[in-house]
Write a protein that binds this ligand. Structure first.
Ligand code: ZN
Length: 582
């Protein structure tokens, strides 16, 4: 790394295993830095989308020659034989000298040169808080090939996908810079900078320092360098050692100290409730342009409010579960990544700060998107949503509501058991939506693909309502209405004037079963399934209407019913029925 002209001279040895049943005649690499050039697809996309990311807008268009990013391939060989390739924007398309047969390996030797762009989005130099180098998406990176073929998407803004691998990285840089990175530093005693064991004498060589990091079973490698970092550590009990890198000043000194304690508790909560973090180190690094997750580290802006800092830290930490360990294809299934990370980090913060665990913010943002008319199915490829708003709400909020609402469908205890089983079954295996659903189906004994299809693959809405209520022979008949297309099970809670409550539970026919009783202190009547084609359903309550205070659909507010106003009837507020005058 040349810190004078911000350029890298890199060599890369990639031992690539073709674990597929297919013969490969080509391979593809990502060249992400090429996005930061006037006229790139990322630039054009940002200048044409209705609601551009304020961090990007038209800033790429105005980059000067020495401010743009690039990755240039100087040479590339497969097992010693030179290769032909073409550069297509942010994708390098390589024709192999010798096709790779199934279950064989090749060694690709590459020499490349990069220029680190001025920070526009995620990676780059001189971020707005003065961090010198945020080195993410910084090396030519092999694309993922799986049962759907190559995932060699042009980089235009949003999500990533990567190949599982072991990284062995040496970074040579001016010795005044402190480096933080994915993986574990192998030579702390010659580097120092707070990595050395307490009490050891650091023996630095003269001149530039070479930092040696190793990370196994990861999908990416990120690093950051700045001369003004403070490096602090905290140990998570029964968890990783946490490293914090930030520029200590009046804007950060207090908030970062407080945030460190919260970070320890977030790791503890996620370890207990969602499965164990698999690595022994994690770094929270001031850098980048907001918050972005990488294996064993995150880059976050550092000068904001305490709650903002805690929130972004917790979200990025949760990505260590829902991306860095499971690593679903987040370009195709951002909801499994952003949504699950939002959900689990919210749960951790709610537990730490004693807040109600209702995910109300995620529901509010979903309802707001529905009202805007901009909603698209969450199954859309991340890059191809029409607006940033529709993408953001689909990925983060609709993804989080997917899980909170799943709790409603299968029951809370079964849900948490399923989340851990999913993690332990699929870690380091790139799970697909079907893999998640199958685990949850096995754990709950219920059919769930209908829920996935409606919630993720369509924009159909949920709207249940209480219809007519009449008294007959000392019983009260309650009519329920399914107003919109989306079928759901119904929890109906009846409150009597004597202060008692009863639950009437109606599964939907699609579930082929029912959830276990969630609240054992509430008397529950399990009713036959509501066939999904039926618009109405009738319930008989064995008491007079005059004894009933209210009836309410889903008082837990976990069902994303777009009109909650018609979910509750207070009997005293019903207008008396009058015979129509003839
Ligand atoms: Zn995220």
């Amino acid at each position: 790394m040349n810190t004078q002209n911000h350029r890298i001279e890199g060599t890369q040895k990639l031992i690539y295993y073709n674990n597929s049943p297919d013969t490969l005649s080509k391979v593809y690499y990502h060249l992400y830095f090429n996005a930061f050039q006037p006229g790139s697809m990322m630039d054009v996309r940002s200048r044409n989308i209705a609601d551009p990311d304020p961090r990007v807008r038209d800033r790429i268009l105005h980059l000067k020659e020495d401010e743009i990013g690039y990755q240039r391939i100087v040479s590339l060989k497969q097992d010693g034989k030179p290769l032909t390739y073409i550069v297509n924007g942010t994708i390098l398309e390589v024709t192999l000298a010798k096709p790779m047969m199934p279950r064989t390996k090749s060694t690709f030797d590459m020499i490349f040169e990069s220029q680190v762009p001025l920070q526009i989005r995620r990676s780059g130099r001189n971020n707005r808080e003065g961090i010198s180098y945020s080195m993410t998406q910084w090396f030519p990176k092999i694309a993922e090939y799986d049962f759907q073929g190559w995932h060699a998407y042009q980089y235009v803004a949003r999500e990533f996908h990567g190949v599982w691998g072991d990284f062995n990285v040496k970074i040579t840089i001016d010795p005044s810079f402190m480096v933080a990175a994915t993986g574990k530093l192998q030579n702390p005693e010659t580097i120092g900078h707070g990595y050395e064991k307490a009490g050891t004498i650091v023996k630095r060589p003269a001149g530039n320092l070479t930092w040696h990091f190793v990370a196994r079973d990861v999908i990416d490698f990120a690093w950051v360098a700045d001369p003004d970092y403070t490096h602090e550590k905290q140990q998570v009990p029964d968890g990783p050692e946490l490293h914090f890198f930030y520029q200590k000043n009046e804007k950060t000194a207090t908030t970062w100290k407080n945030m460190q304690d919260v970070a320890v508790k977030v790791f503890q909560h996620l370890n207990v409730n969602f499965g164990k973090y698999p690595f022994d180190t994690y770094s929270i690094i001031q850098g980048g342009d907001g918050g972005m997750e990488y294996p064993m580290c995150t880059l976050i802006l550092g000068e904001g409010s305490q709650s903002g800092l805690n929130g972004v830290m917790a979200h990025e930490v949760a990505h260590s579960w829902y991306q860095m360990t499971l690593a679903s294809n987040e370009a195709l299934y951002a909801w499994m990544d952003e949504g699950f990370a939002d959900f689990s980090s919210e749960e951790a913060l709610n537990a730490i700060f004693n807040e109600p665990n209702n995910h109300a913010g995620s529901y509010a943002s979903y309802f707001s998107l529905v009202n805007s008319g901009l909603q698209e199915p969450a199954s859309q490829h991340s890059d191809h949503f029409n607006t940033n708003r529709a993408y953001g709400t689909a990925a983060y909020s609709i993804g989080a509501v997917f899980l909170q609402q799943l709790k409603y469908i299968i029951g809370e205890d079964v849900f948490y058991r399923g989340m851990k089983r999913y993690y332990n079954t699929w870690k380091m295996k790139h799970p697909e939506p079907n893999d998640f659903l199958r685990v949850m189906e096995k754990e709950s004994g219920l059919q769930l693909h209908w829920y996935y299809r409606y919630w993720i693959q369509t924009t159909k809405r949920i709207d249940y309502s209480i219809g007519n209520m009449v008294e007959k022979d000392g019983n009260t008949l309650v009519e329920l209405l399914r107003i919109s297309e989306f079928p759901m099970p119904v929890d109906l809670v009846v409150t009597f004037k004597d202060g008692t409550k009863e639950m009437y539970y109606i599964p939907t026919s699609e579930m082929m079963g029912k959830k276990l009783i969630e609240n054992k202190s509430l008397k529950q009547t399990d009713l036959p399934a509501w066939p999904w084609v039926h618009p109405t359903y009738a319930i008989r309550i064995g008491r007079k209407m005059s004894e009933i205070e209210s009836v309410e659909i889903d008082p837990s507010l976990r069902m994303a019913d777009i009109n909650r106003k018609n979910n509750k009837v207070i009997i005293s507020e019903i207008k008396p029925y009058k015979e129509p005058t003839r």
